[in-house]
Design a protein around this ligand. Structure first.
Ligand code: C2E
Ligand code: MG
Ligand code: MG
Length: 691
């Protein structure tokens, strides 16, 4: 019986020991006298105790002393005892933590036993604490990151509820934390943002559905959100691994504005704020592509005499004028849809939508010519420019933008060669003409570089005395491909390309240097074109030609045409007056053709009138003879020398002599001839006069 009981007890003890041994915690049991009853090996190992010393029967204090001896405890045994004792004595289980000398943290739980002793459970919680600490640190960092983000951030749970929201989001929305409490659903968020007047109203159903769909597909979604106060937020949403998503908000107002400015710069001309070439092209392509059945008129525009404005008044004035022209063009359009663009320099273009035939386009062209030809007044200065237009009609003159633009240009160019302030519709055949003209212009440039120009000289005689008064220099072009080209065939082209300026300058120098070798008193007449006179350096080039050659100013005669005096800018008249004051004579060439010229004689007192050769040719006609006599009479009245051009017969000369004409020029008097021949002629005449 006793044996049986003993066996059972032993078995029970063994099971108890096994259970204790297999605990993951350290365990130690003490009796009422603070003697250890039992402990497990976890306990021994947590404290690195010597199991030879720490055995059942050892008193609690001795264990503490032992742990101090082996250097595990961080305090003295008495202190340790004083700390632990109050916990041990409690009626309930109590837990506290102790830090060992090696830094480990041990959680100790004391539980009183009914028999008066107690049980202590020990657990090394160093790792757990470290992990907790780390997590805490992570949270701290996350919070810091959230708070310091330049972007607003919202995080939603898989149930679409708000779980994280940073301060920046509230700042961006100028909202309070209370407006958007955690737990709010995505839909409620959007509703609130609209209701509070933060977001510009949006279709919330669509918005919620879109976000849901893209995020469920595992994709990110971004969009721009317009705010009521005019700002723009860029919102980007990304799905999270465990469900839900994170949305970031960025204020892109400035960037957006910069982008808009950039795009404006790319599409608009900075000076005039008109659409630029690329924008014009875009609109034209768009019109052709989207409404191919709508007729269009494409206008190519170019200012007349703009270069003269720039040269005379300077670039700031030129810029000002371009702005004014742009403004007038803009107002000149009658339809909202029509487009006017600045293509560059003084070139503009207009796209007219749905004109009712050519008549409609013509109406617009006339209006443009008329608005631009009004003078531009700035700071007391009157600037005069004109505008020329070339017009191509869609679909008649081309099906694609390139052809239409090219044909409008061709029409413009061909119009320009015929005069200023004109508009021209494109016609087939213009192309070849314009191409020819372009080749001529480039050929002329080469000709100037290669010195293919020469001057012939034609004598001018005094009818009464029969003596030679001087000679007119006439330009010739010895082209290796075209042969000898007459000035009527190239002067206009040289004027258009501006080449007349260096070419005319050369003629002046050459003529003066030739005339320097002539007998004293012989005049040299040089033709100068209007374009040349308008160039800034004209007066200086005349003076320098005289200075270099040594020819006195009184021997130089500049032949100008009416168009020079028609120039309304005072600049040209001022230049001429300045030259005339130096003693240079001004002759009005080709008098009688073109405009009725008497009013121009009042604007500028010329020294000489040259009656155009067409009048002399027709002088047999009674009416023509009357006109010639009138001009001669007028000259005598005003004290202006009159020269008759193109005198070919004795009969013509006789009529002129009778009418009292002062000078004559023509094949009868002498053909235009080489400088050397002219010099010889003048010398023999001078010698015979002396004899
Ligand atoms: P223009 O100044 O009226 O010159 C007179 C033109 O009449 C010259 O033609 C001359 O050869 C021609 N001519 C002279 N006598 C007679 C005649 O009896 N009968 C006929 N039928 N014609 C006669 P050209 O040399 O062909 O010059 C034509 C025009 O070219 C000139 O007319 C002038 O306006 C211009 N030109 C000539 N040289 C220059 C120049 O150096 N600079 C500029 N800007 N223009 C020039
Ligand atoms: Mg002449
Ligand atoms: Mg003439």
């Amino acid at each position: 019986m006793t044996r049986q009981i003993t066996d059972e007890l032993r078995e029970q003890n063994e099971r108890f020991s096994a259970a204790i041994e297999n605990m993951s915690h350290g365990l130690c049991m003490f009796d009422a006298d603070e003697r250890m009853i039992i402990c497990n090996s976890n306990y021994v190992s947590i404290f690195h105790l010597d199991d030879e010393i720490v055995r059942p029967g050892i008193v609690f204090f001795d264990i503490l002393q032992h742990s101090v001896d082996i250097g595990v405890a961080s305090q003295g045994a008495a202190d340790l005892y004083a700390i632990r004792k109050p916990y041990i004595d409690r009626a309930q289980a109590s837990t506290y933590e102790e830090i060992l000398s090696d830094g480990r943290i041990v959680s100790i739980t004391h539980r009183p036993l009914a028999s008066g002793g107690w049980v202590s459970i020990y657990e090394d919680i160093t790792e757990q604490r470290r992990a907790e600490q780390e997590l805490k640190e992570q949270h701290r960092r996350f919070d810091a990151a959230l708070a310091n983000m330049s972007q607003g951030l919202l995080m939603y749970s898989s149930e679409s509820r708000l779980i994280v929201r940073n301060q920046r989001f509230l700042d961006l929305c100028k909202a309070k934390a209370a407006d958007f409490p955690l737990g709010t659903t995505h839909r409620q968020m959007l509703e609130k943002l609209v209701r509070l007047g933060i977001f510009v109203p949006i279709d919330i159903d669509v918005e919620v559905a879109k976000t849901k769909a893209t995020l469920e597909a595992g994709q990110a979604r971004s969009s721009h959100r317009e705010l009521v106060d005019g700002r723009t937020l860029f919102v980007s949403r990304r799905p999270l691994a465990g469900g839900g998503w994170v949305a970031t908000f960025e204020d892109v107002t400035e960037r957006r504005r910069a982008e808009e400015r950039m795009s404006h710069l790319a599409h608009y001309d900075t000076l005039t704020d008109l659409p630029n070439r690329s924008m014009f092209r875009e609109r034209l392509d768009q019109a052709l592509g989207e409404t191919p059945d709508t007729p269009l008129a494409i206008f190519s525009l170019d200012l007349d005499r703009f270069k003269a404005v720039n040269d005379t008044w300077g670039h700031p004035a030129g810029d000002w004028l371009l702005k004014c022209v742009a403004e007038r063009l803009r107002h000149g359009l009658r339809s909202e849809t029509d487009v006017v663009a600045r293509l560059g320099g003084d070139e503009f273009a207009i796209l007219q939508f749905n004109p009712k035939g050519a008549a409609d386009a013509e109406k617009l062209a006339k209006r443009i010519v008329s608005v631009v030809s009004q003078p531009f007044r700035d700071k007391g200065r009157d600037m005069h420019v004109g505008i020329s237009l070339g017009i191509a009609l869609y679909p008649g003159d081309g099906k694609d933008a390139d052809t239409l633009l090219k044909n409008a240009d061709t029409a413009l160019y061909s119009g320009k060669s015929e005069g200023r302030n004109v508009y021209r519709f494109f016609e087939p055949g213009m192309d070849a003409m314009v191409r020819e003209r372009r080749t001529l212009e480039t050929d002329l440039e080469t000709a100037l570089k290669r010195q293919q120009f020469a001057l012939d000289f034609q004598p001018i005689t005094n009818i009464a005395s029969g003596e030679i008064a001087g000679a007119e220099a006439l330009m010739r072009w010895n082209s290796p491909t075209r042969g000898l080209v007459a000035p009527d065939d190239f002067i206009a082209a040289a004027e258009d390309s501006g080449l007349i300026v260096p070419l005319g300058e050369w003629a002046l120098k050459e003529a003066c240097s030739v005339a320097a070798g002539w007998p004293p008193g012989m005049r040299i007449a040089v033709n100068v074109s209007a374009v040349q006179i308008r160039s800034v350096d004209f007066a200086r080039s005349v003076i320098s030609a005289l200075a270099v050659s040594g020819v006195p100013a009184s021997r130089l005669e500049l032949e100008i045409t009416e168009t020079v005096l028609m120039d309304e800018s005072d600049m040209v008249l001022k230049t001429l007056r300045q030259l005339r004051d130096l003693g240079i004579r001004i002759a009005l060439d080709d008098f009688g053709i073109g405009y009725s010229s008497l009013s121009y004689l009042r604007r500028f007192p010329v020294d000489k009138i040259k009656i155009d050769r067409s009048f002399i040719h027709d002088i047999d006609n009674k009416d023509t003879a009357a006109i010639v006599r009138t001009i001669i009479g007028l000259g005598a009245e005003l004290g202006i020398t009159v020269t008759a051009e193109g005198v070919e017969t004795e009969a013509q000369l006789e009529i002129l002599r009778k009418a009292g004409c002062v000078e004559a020029q023509g094949f009868l008097i002498g053909m235009p001839s080489k400088a050397a021949d002219m010099a010889r002629l003048l010398k023999t005449r001078a010698a015979s006069r002396r004899a």
